[in-house]
Structures are given as structure tokens and as C-alpha cells.
Design a protein around this ligand. Structure first.
Ligand code: SF4
Ligand code: SF4
Length: 269
């Protein structure tokens, strides 16, 4: 069964994955677990690399179509793969919003180390990875579940804290610039000045850009992230997007008006 999982992920270019016992993962959302409708026994956790090249004024993850779509497609494919051999089993796929602490699970499965920037750092893809998971009621031993390991830390070089535009990483207060760009409503002059200084209309990659684990910047082999890639967002591009096209973007969840506002604030004459 593990071979089946490995073959599936390999066919997509996904190299970092593991199975864990559900009981070895930290449950953070019991109500999501309740909604599963079955007793979870095994978690298949995987990393999806997403780096596709440099961007101009949006976070690198946002240059591609919404990663939630990718995680849904990948998890669904895995479920179909496994369900064909175990039609009696129940499965659920998650990404970003899971009953378990996904970062903690990926760390305890040794898929990366814990960065001081709050992200998992993988040996090949650095922090440019998304985490997805499939939870099922199959016996963990059937899926080759591993024993959890003690999470390892990054090298604490301090580069991310020095590079952070707002000081939030060193506990000096302020908000995360990425969160500022995603906030609805009015922004302060200081916040707008930061967006202009770092030339961002969506997100902030400063604590990733400087991280030594990202030095290699290995391109993702996953095709999804190259589809309809936008390295630079302009007002013309945004205005030309149909509602359907806009809703497939990673920056759509805050609504078109938030992105329009950011473009206007950063580039107004
Ligand atoms: S995303 Fe930007 S503002 Fe937020 S913690 Fe990282 S460097 Fe700081
Ligand atoms: S920049 Fe240095 S301290 Fe920050 S996450 Fe990377 S290795 Fe750790």
C-alpha cells in the first residue's frame, strides 16, 4: 500500500510525504474531526513545492492559481487511488484547514525543520512548500506509518528577523506585512508606505527570500503551478479578469476590492 502512495506522489513530482498515526498528531480542530463522520486512524501528510520563479509585486505563492485547488486535486487523486483497493475505507483530504496541526505533523514526520520565520523548511525546496494531508480510517501499519520524531530547528541565523519589514518576527510589535496587504478596510499611511517600499500588492516574502534554506530555489516539478502564472499584477490585468478567472487566484479570498485598493495605493501618482 505504501508503494501505491509512493507511485502516485512520484507521478506528480511530489517527493516528500509520510504516513503517521492520527493519535501521534496534535488535534487542533475537534469540530472538523467530528464532521469527518469516521474514526481517523492514519494521516498521510505531504509537501507540495510551489516555487516557479521570481515575481515582481506579489508573493511567490500567489503567482500561481490558488494552491487550495492544487491540494484538493492531489488529495482527491490519492483518495481515488487508495479507495480502489479499499472501497470500505473512509477518507478526507485537507490543506490549510485540517483537524490536525499540519506543520507539526510534517515536522514530526521529518519532512523539514522548523524555521524561526514560522515556516517548515524542507531540505530541497526550502520554505516554498504547501502542506496537504489525507486522513483515513485505514490501519496505520497498512500505510507504512512512521514513528514521530522530535522536530528539529533551523540554524537560527537571524536573517529573517533582520529582514522583516515590520519587526514582528523579533517581537517588536507591528503587524505582518503579508497580513496588512490582506486586510480589508482602510490602511494607515505607515502601512501604505511599507507596501510601497517593498513593492507589494499581495503578501510578503522577505523572511523567505533571505533564508539560507531557500538559497537553491529549486523549481517545482508540479505542473499546476505553471498554469496561468502571473509574476506581476497590474490594474489592467486585474480589470481584465472575469469573475471566474479571479476566483481561481490565490488572492481572491479577500475579494477584488482589496486587491484593487492595494494596486491603487501602491501605484497612485
Ligand atoms: S511575511 Fe514579511 S512581515 Fe511577515 S513575518 Fe515574514 S518578513 Fe515579516
Ligand atoms: S532565515 Fe535563518 S533564522 Fe530565519 S528561518 Fe531561515 S535559517 Fe532560520
Amino acid at each position: 500500500m505504501y508503494k501505491k502512495i509512493e507511485n502516485y506522489f512520484t507521478s506528480l513530482g511530489i517527493e516528500y510525504f509520510a504516513a503517521l498515526r492520527y493519535s501521534d498528531c496534535r488535534e487542533i480542530n475537534p469540530s472538523l474531526k467530528e464532521r469527518m463522520g469516521f474514526e481517523p486512524r492514519t494521516v498521510i501528510i505531504y509537501l507540495v513545492p510551489y516555487y516557479t520563479g521570481e515575481t515582481v509585486n506579489i508573493s511567490r505563492y500567489a503567482a500561481s492559481l490558488d494552491y487550495h485547488i492544487a491540494l484538493r486535486e492531489i488529495s482527491q487523486g490519492l483518495i481515488e487511488h487508495l479507495q480502489s483497493e479499499h472501497p470500505e475505507a473512509s477518507f478526507r483530504g485537507y490543506g490549510d484547514h485540517s483537524p490536525i496541526d499540519e506543520v507539526g505533523a510534517a515536522l514530526s514526520a521529518s519532512l523539514g525543520v522548523a524555521g524561526d520565520n514560522g515556516l517548515i523548511l524542507n531540505e530541497k525546496y526550502g520554505s516554498y512548500v504547501f502542506i496537504g494531508d489525507v486522513i483515513c480510517d485505514l490501519d496505520p501499519s497498512l500505510l507504512g506509518a512512521v514513528d514521530p520524531t522530535e522536530p528539529q530547528d533551523c540554524i537560527h541565523c537571524g536573517a529573517c528577523k533582520r529582514a522583516c519589514p515590520t519587526g514582528i518576527l523579533s517581537g517588536e510589535g507591528g503587524d505582518c506585512l503579508s497580513a496588512i496587504t490582506q486586510r480589508k478596510g482602510a490602511l494607515t499611511d505607515a502601512e501604505v508606505n511599507l507596501m510601497r517600499k517593498y513593492n507589494t500588492v499581495w503578501g510578503c516574502d522577505e523572511c523567505q527570500r533571505c533564508c539560507p534554506y531557500n538559497r537553491e530555489r529549486t523549481l517545482t516539478p508540479v505542473d499546476f503551478f505553471y498554469r496561468d502564472r502571473i509574476p506581476e499584477l497590474t490594474r489592467e490585468l486585474l480589470d481584465g479578469m472575469s469573475r471566474e478567472e479571479f476566483e481561481k487566484r490565490a488572492f481572491a479570498w479577500r475579494g477584488r476590492r482589496t486587491v484593487e485598493r492595494n494596486l491603487d495605493l501602491v501605484y497612485q501618482k
